[in-house]
Design a protein around this ligand. Sequence first.
Ligand code: PLP
Length: 342
Amino acid sequence: MKKWFKRSLGLVCLTPLLLSQQASAEGRLTVYCTVQNALCEKVTTLFGEKYNVKTEFVHGGTETIFGKIKAEKDNPQADFWYGGTIEPHFQAGELGLLEAYRSPKQAEILPQFKSLMEQKGEFTSVAYMLVLGFGVNTQKLAQLGLPTPKTWEDLLKPEYKGEIQLPDPRASGTTYTIMATLIQLLGEEKAFDYLKKLNENVSQYVKSNLVTANLSRGESAVSVGFVHAYATEKEKGAPVETVIPEGKTGYALGGASIIKGARNLDNAKLFMDFVLSKEVQEIPWREFGLYQIPTNANAQASPKSVDPKTLQLLDFDFVKFGSKDEGKRLINKWLAEIKLAK
Ligand code: PLP
């Protein structure tokens, strides 16, 4: 995980040099990438080999990449944004930061997401699905003599004080999914009361990949996040288990969008078709032990992924939470009422 982290930072540091060299070249593609680093590398390399395109990627959390795209509005430095929770993609579309493209592969999306794509799929497509839950370090819980939390309410118990870590919504899209889920479960006022109380038990807000790494190392006992990541940690030998909290389950969709002003527009369109294809959507679990759920109806999901059909999923309002005003308002509210109030 440490190596992974260094590598993504390294790529970010090299970016200005690499990008200035490739800006006007042909046969290239630069991807801002919010899936796991190894997968960013594999998918961009495979695409490059298939189409004889020189590819480069820069890895970052959803909000970090969204911030870069906003900052680079007048001089875009990348062609494509692959992965990350979909609401900031929709927000970017509303802000005029994305290029319209409806891939023919959009037609292969799972039926339950068809109407969302009809409404919001002009600039962004759905590349995968993630389920929200808790990760627990069973060894750490046993050491502390604590039970496994089963409900959202359980996380507020004083015995978990200092033992919970959450992603930071300024870098990561995961916290926005957590906020949106709680608002849809409880209403906004109660959701923010809940987040304030939960804050009492949180030791740190850090990038989502670090939250998971810290859980595996036993630096925290509990985290909230997307459960595919806990399955991977468990498979790698960490004493980590997944809990899907009782009641309706929150989830996220992974977005894929072409950045407005893309210098390599034709390649970006090809890359969209590529990441929406059945073959590419099966790569994470077939080759890497990564368990995000494919959203191409022809793709097979891993038997190790949570099966959404076995869950009572929230009727998630991606249109409301994907609005730019709502996104800005809720993150600013979280900062003012929770982070800065800590
Ligand atoms: N996409 C994938 C495949 C992920 O694994 C995650 C986080 O676990 C995300 C998106 C969201 O990442 P972040 O919260 O860092 O924006």
